[in-house]
Design a protein around this ligand. Sequence first.
Ligand code: ZN
Ligand code: ZN
Length: 356
Amino acid sequence: MPERRLQEVRRHLEKARLDALVVSHLPHVRYLSGFSGSNGLCVISLSRQSVFTDNRYRDQIRDEVEGFRIHVARAGLFEAAQKSGILKGVRRAGFEAQYVSFSAFRNLKRLFPELSLVPTRGIVEGVAAIKDDGEIESIRRAVAITDSVFSRILRILKPGIREMDVAAEIGYWHKKLGADGDGFEPIVASGVRGALPHARPTMRKIVKGEFVTIDLGCRVCGYHSDLTRTVAVGQPGKKARTIYRIVLEAQCKAIDAARAGVKSRFLDGLARRHIRRSGFGPYFSHSLGHGLGIEIHEPLRLSALSRDVLNAGNVVTVEPGIYIPGFGGVRIEDDILIREHNCEVLNKAPKELLIV
Ligand code: ZN
Ligand code: ZN
């Protein structure tokens, strides 16, 4: 499993004139080695690779990892790395600057006084942005489960139900249908609370005639799904219908243009321009989408400021929204797989305005 990933990491190391990379961010440890425990460390040199954990995971790590030297540490993982000698003879080693705390950094310096420690950014993320068939399969399974949870939620949505009840059902069904669990705390935002893009579910009861924005996702084998639908509970008003239509049109425009070679800021611009021309420009207050995979938000961004260009094998979300303070909001989000000449929308959940 890790062969291509290790080769790619080593290619980046050579380009950066590094002799090794210390990988401490757990999703990256899992991505590279397969180890999914809560305490892990990988060290990748140009010729060797080791993975470290503690005694609690002695058996699990042997079950999960292939192609790495496995070390079960008695004390700290950095200490074990030092004892293992994997960094002997290494002059310049990268560490993941975003994920290493100051005290961990000091510890590294103390244990490896000879080593030149170089902060790195985005090495594993860059490799992980292109999904292989197995990863796409896991994402597909996660997406299918989330779609199915959404269809179950539609059956229970009615006036009087609390946002928190909906969130609880989402968590229950994700697990029941075979996911590892919610990939993030679901967003359930009803009525005026729909104007908050990241509203936490509350005890608020849903009222007839309101929109409810539901943003949910799960994890399967460590890979995420991420779906948002806005549903009307009872007949919505005219303005609500209008903003729903505009958001859906904006989303479709971006999806229709998504393919390899396209600048991600171009897609953001397509959706944003449509919303702006419809008179709601100031109310689309976040970027269009994000990369999706071992993390719910991967660094690939669909935003006005992004310099990213899409590649075949990227999986990203497309999620325009309109949020009007004191009124409410609409967001529609799908996960798409970028291909050479187009993209595949992975979600099958319906997108026309649903009135329950
Ligand atoms: Zn989402
Ligand atoms: Zn998202």
